[in-house]
Design a protein around this ligand. Structure first.
Ligand code: NAD
Length: 311
């Protein structure tokens, strides 16, 4: 029988306990244990999942091959650095760190250590995003909205760093051209950080992305619209559906317009992401969102925040 990958989850709050539960169910994984500075929480999750509750980060280092870091963003740097120094493969939740500089340090450290370093941009595993990738050629205008209600989590960082980075990451993966200019606006509404923001990214190939993120909305709304010659794509992140509106090379009437909804089977994005991580650990395959890719998203997020603060 193949050896199972021993995995730990660090931080078992809202998302970390889901990571742990998924690892527990993966055939080729042994959930070695969890660690959380909230000991009571760690013990409760460990009891539920039938795994060990480590008493410190240090105590798990010799017992695992890989780990998910699912703690607040401002703790990612110290924890991830400790793991990399022990050559433990890491899946760090998005964003890598709040600053580009710290994120770069971790990515370079991981490259030197030769470990798998994956960043948790789970929308890349959204079935509609995967389907979009099979159709789109050269988007010229992208508009995205990622709006959510206020929750008392992730308020250690602003909405650009927390939520908008998902869309920045997808936009950068679709528009393969250097970024030329950024203009942005945003404000803090409920917290001391930016809670709602809009950024306009212009690329050297003349493509434009208009990205909006909010954590002070009255409902959840996650949509992306993409336009290119003869095609308009409308993507709904929540129900993982894609609509493609196309026209013949020259549209003269409504009869020339065709609307299709490709057959897309929604998938559990986090399960797909964690399975892919374990696959990379076992095969050495570069993750879909590796350190350098995650770094680009935070670099652009930092530039957007700088523009907002300059206004
Ligand atoms: P949370 O506050 O619910 O949980 C964080 C947990 O980490 C808590 O249990 C806390 O006690 C623990 N913790 C804090 N400092 C620690 C430390 N130094 N060592 C060990 N444990 C520590 O937060 P959350 O919503 O689960 O978010 C955690 C991370 O996951 C964040 O980076 C966030 O950006 C990310 N996240 C990603 C997505 C996504 O869509 N990919 C969604 C939600 C959260």
């Amino acid at each position: 029988m193949d050896k199972k990958t021993r995995v730990a989850v660090i931080g078992v709050g809202y998302l970390g306990r889901v990571h742990a539960n998924i690892y527990r169910q993966l055939d080729n994984v042994h959930l070695a244990g969890v660690f959380d500075t909230d000991e009571k929480r760690a013990r409760s999750v460990a009891a539920d999942l039938g795994c060990e509750s480590f008493s410190s980060l240090e105590s798990l280092l010799d017992n695992v091959d890989a780990a998910s870091v699912v703690t607040p963003t401002n703790t990612h740097y110290d924890i991830t650095q400790t793991l990399i120094k022990k050559a433990i493969h890491v899946l760090v939740e998005k964003p890598i760190c709040e600053s580009y500089e710290k994120s770069l340090e971790l990515v370079q450290l991981a490259e030197k250590a030769g470990i798998i370093f994956q960043v948790g941009y789970l929308e890349r595993y959204n079935a509609a995003v995967i389907e979009l990738g099979k159709h789109i050629h050269q988007p010229q205008f992208i508009e995205t909205h990622r709006l959510g209600m206020f929750v008392e989590r992730a308020i250690d960082v602003d909405v650009v760093t927390d939520l908008m980075t998902h869309d920045i990451d997808i936009v950068l993966s679709l528009i393969q051209s250097p970024l030329k200019t950024i203009s942005a606006t945003g404000l803090s509404v409920l917290t001391e950080h930016i809670d709602i923001a809009n950024a306009r990214l212009e690329f050297e190939n003349h493509a434009v992305a208009n990205i909006t993120a909010s954590r002070v909305s009255s409902k959840i709304y996650r949509q992306m619209r993409l336009f290119e010659k003869n095609h308009y794509y409308s993507l709904n992140f929540e129900n993982q559906q894609l609509t493609i509106t196309s026209t013949k090379s020259q549209c003269r009437s409504n009869d020339d317009i065709v609307v299709e909804k490709p057959e897309v089977t929604p998938q559990l994005t986090l399960n797909a992401e964690l399975s892919a991580f374990i696959h990379s650990v076992n095969t050495g395959k570069t993750p879909l969102v590796d350190g350098r890719t995650g770094l680009e998203a935070i670099r652009v997020a930092n530039l957007i925040c700088k523009k907002i603060h300059e206004r």
